[in-house]
Design a protein around this ligand. Structure first.
Ligand code: NAD
Length: 256
């Protein structure tokens, strides 16, 4: 135990290696760019091989892409082995891969339910577990940041499987935070309102989106860069004492 610590208020990630699932598009892509801008070497992990490769090329600074289906344990294991071999260390892992399959609860197919839970919840668990194993073995602590949603705190119309998955992501992240804090590993979630990405636009274009927007106190949807800013902070040493938190980036949607 030291008497004092130095907090870098520039929230630098220099010398860190960060893996970002769903890093090819949307929020994950913005996080990958922000981490690289802060000096991290980034592994872009995505099921979409060509877009992930272009993203890694765009980032430079030693970035590499890895193809992975986060819902498949063998695929996750292979990617962590490949990332360890490529980078020699892992410090930060972000789970941003996700899907939103929406329908009135009475109409949602079992396939849509299974796919949502497999990717959003099981995928987040598998990647977090692989990250925890690697970080515990290395013995130097680390950061795991899982993308949840305002739909992990409140009910959202036509989002039954999505809400179940995101409530689950918050619950599993708090549990991992409690178990792994002793290893210097923090696990936190970020919960955005609607973000202007492919996923967000597809789910919320039109009158339902306008009605939801009216209920957001700040009166607008979020941009991916605003979620990336929260991720940079949580990944930095300025957030070493933040563990098991859910950081809502929802313009106040869940407080009204
Ligand atoms: P997006 O569709 O733009 O990007 C998702 C990425 O995940 C894509 O690159 C996709 O190829 C990848 N992916 C999908 N399935 C995968 C799998 N099985 N294995 C690996 N990669 C896979 O979505 P986004 O808007 O950037 O969302 C990112 C995360 O943020 C998701 O978890 C989503 O639930 C959450 N979120 C999004 C919003 C929003 O409005 N956009 C709001 C709250 C939370």
């Amino acid at each position: 135990m030291t008497d004092s610590i130095q907090v870098d208020l520039n929230f630098s990630l220099g010398g860190k290696v960060a893996l970002v699932t769903g890093g090819a598009s949307g929020i994950g892509s913005a996080i990958a760019s922000a981490f690289a801008a802060k000096g991290a070497v980034v592994g872009v992990i995505d099921i979409n091989e060509s877009v992930a490769r272009s993203k890694a090329d765009e980032l430079g600074n030693g970035a590499k892409s890895f193809v992975c289906d986060v819902s498949d344990p063998r695929s996750v294991e292979a990617v962590f082995a490949a990332a360890q071999a490529a980078f020699g260390r892992i410090d930060i892992v972000v789970n941003s891969a996700g899907v939103a399959l929406l329908a009135p609860a009475e109409d949602l197919s079992l396939d849509a339910w299974d796919k949502t839970i497999d990717i959003n919840l099981k995928g987040t668990f598998l990647v977090s577990q692989a990250a925890g194993r690697a970080l515990i073995k290395a013995g130097k602590g680390g950061k795991i940041i899982n993308m949840a949603s305002q739909a992990g705190t409140v009910a959202i119309d036509q989002h039954v499987a999505y809400c179940a998955s995101k409530f689950g992501v918050i619950g599993l992240s708090k549990t991992l935070a409690a178990e792994w804090g002793k290893h210097g590993i923090t696990v936190n979630t970020i919960s955005p309102t609607v973000v202007l990405t492919d996923l967000g636009r597809k789910a919320w274009d039109g009158p339902r989106g306008e009605a939801l927007k009216q209920r957001i106190p700040t009166g607008r949807f979020a941009f991916p860069e605003e979620i990336a800013a929260a991720a940079v902070f949580l990944a930095s040493n300025g957030a070493d004492m933040i563990n098991g938190a859910d950081l809502l980036v929802d313009g106040g949607y869940t407080i009204v």
